[in-house]
Design a protein around this ligand. Structure first.
Ligand SMILES: [Zn+2]
Length: 160
């Protein structure tokens, strides 16, 4: 492997009653869901941003505008599949990604295996290349007040 590059992604979505809660490609059962132009999957969005950043290809909002009705309510897995195509078309492959979801409730940990399976399928990568971690913020800040969910991702890509 040569031509290593790293990328970083950060994103936040509001949580409100009456919305679906998509996270890491799966739907969580919860009284609140994430608000956004797309399906508001914060974990997939940070993965897209980290990959695009690593390839120096701008960000998710640049490629999939939240003003474009085409992306209203769109399944973020479609966006991630597109991003993987963008970076592979530039000659890159993904080494690994490492992510952290910040959410007070519900517990993310029981869902991590299903998220990894889903993300591996969407990204055409082995599950061993995808790390999903979760933390609360100890009831502090907007995450602690259950007003929102945030996530971080770092990604390593390399020229094939
Ligand atoms: Zn987002």
């Amino acid at each position: 492997m040569n031509g290593f590059r790293i990328g970083f992604g950060y994103d936040v979505h509001q949580l409100k009653e009456g919305y679906d809660f998509w996270l890491g490609g799966i739907k969580l059962e919860h009284v609140k869901g994430a608000v956004g132009h797309s399906d508001a999957d914060v974990l997939i969005h940070v993965i897209c941003d980290a990959l695009l950043g690593a390839a120096n290809m701008r960000d998710i909002g640049y490629h999939f505008s939240d003003k474009d009705p085409k992306y209203k309510g769109i399944d973020s897995k479609i966006l991630l599949r597109d991003v993987m195509k963008f970076i592979r078309d530039e000659g890159y492959e993904v080494g690994n990604i490492d992510t952290t979801v910040c959410l007070q409730v519900p517990k993310v940990n029981p869902h991590i295996p299903a998220m990894k399976t889903c993300l591996a399928e969407v990204m055409s990568l082995p599950e061993s290349s995808i790390s999903v971690k979760a933390t609360t913020t100890e009831w502090l800040g907007f995450v602690g007040r259950e007003e929102g969910v945030s996530a971080y991702c770092v990604a390593l890509i390399y020229k094939v």
